[in-house]
Design a protein around this ligand. Structure first.
Ligand code: DOR
Ligand code: ZN
Length: 355
């Protein structure tokens, strides 16, 4: 039997775009990509245009997402250098968590002053997650805040052996943290930049073979909690411009790349289900709605091609790779929403999981 049933898959780290960046992707097109990738739900990052850092920007995103999304969804609020922690009590009921950018990336949300990070950690109310972009020794600076405030922190897109070591020690210390890794850091290294060119540029950047191996070891040992796509569409024109943008799409390739790992004997299917469904649901405080699941044919292999993608950007850094795991069907709250080819419901079907 090669059809596998996965309950409520959720990607807690995506950049759907929309708003003033709808030429890169819309909430309709990128949540369609989510369904095609097998996902029930996605959590959208705040480095949009405009950034999700105040009430008007959040309201605009809530309205546009509500009108367009075909998968279920949540929205992160973004920490800003402008003391926007003053708004936290007002917005906490509408968002899935807080994102703090501690190293440079797409958008304008970098916070590199530890005392400003401290203010945001102190002000964040309740127990929804703080998700952080932290690379290298910045991981240690964030761990100091987790130690001080004991607020659950999800470390996004961890990409090096050093970072895995810091975070393994932190888990052993009992700090309330979780770890996400991305498929591009599991399957690509800096050696691939020669062939990928700008299509291999993202933050954190591609690393060495030794780093890649450390991520696989941490996946297999159970130290890593989540595989997240960091789905970040940019147009081909932008990628091949004089100033290439950082980011790669990933919603439609994550599950097949993990099924490839199962096929190669590197992971079990049970572990894959933990990484893309059970663990992210638990970490982000979500129960699987009744009758919400994905059917994937784990034996069927196919080649990743841009012509088969739903993402508006229309390319993938994995084009040409032979993978396993064809998504046959996605059902949300009893309704079949994707049949392996087409989206079967209208824009706006998706619900805010934190509304
Ligand atoms: O490569 C990236 N692209 N990394 C990020 O952290 C942000 C993302 C984007 O928004 O394009
Ligand atoms: Zn990201």
């Amino acid at each position: 039997m090669s059809t596998y049933k996965i309950p409520g898959m959720i990607d807690p780290h995506v950049h759907l775009r929309g708003l003033d960046w709808s030429h890169k992707g819309t909430f309709a097109s990128e949540t369609a990509a989510a369904l095609a990738g097998g996902y029930w739900a996605v959590l959208d990052m705040p480095n949009t245009h405009p950034s999700t850092i105040d009430r008007p920007a959040l309201d605009r995103k809530l309205a546009e997402m509500g009108a367009q999304a075909v998968s279920d969804w949540g929205i992160y609020f973004g920490a800003a250098a402008s003391e926007n922690w003053r708004f936290y009590d007002d917005i906490i009921g509408d968002v899935c968590g807080l994102k703090i950018y501690n190293n440079a990336t797409t958008g304008t949300l970098l916070i590199d002053d530890q005392s400003v990070r401290d203010q945001h950690y102190r002000a964040w109310p309740g127990n929804k997650n703080i998700a952080v972009h932290a690379e290298g020794e910045t991981v240690l600076e964030i761990l100091a805040l987790v130690r001080k405030y004991r607020k659950h922190t999800h470390f996004c897109h961890i990409s090096t052996a050093d970072e895995i070591r810091y975070l393994t020690d932190a888990k052993n210390e009992g700090l309330p943290i979780s770890i996400g890794v991305c498929p591009h850091h599991l399957y690509l290294t800096q050696d691939d930049l020669a062939t990928l060119g700008p299509l291999g540029l993202m933050k954190p950047e591609l690393k060495t073979k030794a780093d890649l191996q450390a991520l696989w070891d941490a996946l297999e040992s159970g130290v890593v909690d989540v595989v997240e796509s960091d789905h970040a569409p940019h147009t081909l024109d932008e990628k091949f411009s004089g100033k290439p943008t950082y980011g790669v799409p990933g919603l439609e390739t994550t599950l097949p790349l993990l099924c490839l790992a199962v096929h190669e004997g590197r992971l079990t299917m049970e572990r894959v289900v933990d990484l893309v469904a059970n663990n992210p649901r638990r970490i982000f405080g979500l129960a699987c709605p009744p009758e919400t699941y994905t059917l994937v044919d784990t034996a069927e292999s196919f080649t990743i091609e841009r012509g088969n993608l739903h993402t508006l950007c229309g390319w993938s850094p994995f084009e040409g790779m032979q993978v396993y795991g064809k998504v046959r069907s996605v059902t949300i709250r009893g309704e079949q929403v994707y049949d392996g080819e087409k989206i079967l419901i209208s824009n706006g079907f998706g619900q805010n999981l934190y509304g």
